[in-house]
Design a protein around this ligand. Sequence first.
Ligand code: GCW
Length: 682
Amino acid sequence: SIETGIDGWLRYAALPADISSQYRRFSSIFVSENIKTSPVYTAGKEVQDGLRRILGQEVGISFEIDSNHTSAVIISTIDTSPTTLSTAQVPKLKEDGFWLNTQAENDCIHIIGQNERGALYGAFEYLMRLAQGNFEPVTAANNPSAPIRWVNQWDNLDGSIERGYGGLSIFFRDGEVVEDMTRVAQFARLLSSVRLNAVVVNNVNANPKLFSKTNLEGLRRIADTMRPWGLRIGISLYFDSPREFGGLPTSDPLDPDVNNWWTDITAKLYEKVPDLIGYTIKANSEGQPGPLTYNRTLADGANMFARALKPYGDGVVMYRAFVYNHHLDESKWSNDRANAAVEYFKDLDDQFDDNVIVQIKWGPIDFQVREPPSPLLANLRKTKVAIEFQVAQEYLGQQSHFVYMAPLWKEVLDFDMRIDGKPSAIRDIVSGERLNWSRSGYTTVLNIGSDNTWIGHHLSLSNLYAYGRMTWDPLSDPTSIIQDWTRLTFSLNKTVVDTVTKISMESWPTYENYSGNLGIQTLCDIIYTHYGPSPGSQDGNGWGQWTRANATSIGMDRTVASGSGNTAQYPQEVAKIYENIETTPDNLLLWFHHVPYTHRLKSGKTVIQHFYDAHYEGAAHAQTFPTEWAKLKGLIDDSRFENVAFKLQYQAGHAIVWRDSVNNFYHGKCGIADEKGRVANY
Ligand code: GCW
């Protein structure tokens, strides 16, 4: 059969008959909700579909449980659990959590959600085990690490997607919400299967035309399509809408008319989407207006939206910390974009309303191939935060190269910030545990589109799967995540699993090697595309992603002693490590220090020789990916095989372009020859 990729990791491929025949046979699927909009109902349908496809069993759904129910799958919430079913053994579940018991009495399977969404998650968990031929008995509660597990699509109303590499928007076209919701439902199914619970549907560079009558109605359709999958929608707002769209003279967040305008818009939205999860705000960022435009604080701006949402329950304002001056003067040594978030937000810590969450990019700059974690994650105590990842590979090869990001995220989440000298792993900060927050968590920039691969590269969809897995349980192991994903996406065949795992686990270090090393950032074109090598574009502009490379030395001096003082934004113990060149890890050396090209790393190599070597190594390693992949010919469907083969071949070629451009550039700068005498052929 031709595999399109639309089902992603939810193909439910039939198990070989000799395996599936060993499994028990079901008499029925009992579902506690007979309403199509309920995720419990969806769970029943999904289980029915899964049992048919994976095991070849045709099992009927019933909404009435009979007294001699044997060999049934019983799906409910804790509250709607049938009386005959003992829920006494179920421990207290967290919001969205579930209980899965495959060893229940009368040969039954119990899937019990803390809420309706949880029941659906439990159903997916069960099916994804079966689909991997995993018949191991399980009796366990499963709870999320954090309540906020969102994705942010950067979709524009015209159908384009900012930093989108997987086709046009599945939500919008020509200024309006699309009619056909097929892809929206398929998308919701994928998200829900990895326990993500909300989607912000439009770009943070938001267009106020979203509030037209037709579009409000369109948002209702999107929300209605997603609700049965346990997903809620949020939207991004444009700060200056009252002035630019509403005919008011100002968008001042303390102006009563402006507040009324947002109150009114919020009422209209909730009329269509009664469970709207909230607003995402990008303001005073990259030339966008915001509260500072009106001489108000960022907190004044955030709280205006928070007040508008308050009457409707649990809606939150996700206020982005991505606020910085993009006309920075590079000639001033102490100027540093990495300082911006803490400078703007730290002093506002006690000023945000309780339904405001500050949304912080994981690194201080912008989704680079390597950054230290954002110091703002350790500077807010009262203000709840969400960490922002980027499944979109904006700076990581834009889905033309493949970079599996779970290892990167894991490094960030495992990083110990040592707040007040105490263990403060970032995963425990964002879960809310470390500082006792009630609502905090995760979001990611995501750029799925109407392409059959969803995202532009079959392998890159693993990042969405991994993001879901890691937000639910940040202690998950990236290797087992990719193994599960591969079995579900491609095949249970060992060669397939091992090969995809190998390529995936090597992909980030490889890309780092041929793009930008030692914490210098992704040396791509910085002005617009963020793609392809252009090490010279980093400097000489106001964007502040500088390398400060000159004829003799390179790197950003972020020390207190002689640089921008950025290290002091980290808690003391961490600051000490980065302030000192001896204790700064090599892979962040040039992020924190400005050194001669001849500076010796802990490895004994000079900085410049490391650059040369790493680029040769990275490019050489990229050549192994198509060769590895070639082993899968005939082991997976030709359609996806060819598609990925083409992509990996392209990546291998482009890696050589990266290697030579970067090496030539630095050779030209410093004039120091490669010890190994290698020269590019052009
Ligand atoms: O990484 C940068 C992107 C912009 C984006 C911005 C942001 C939506 O290059 O395209 O704008 O970040 O996060 O707001």
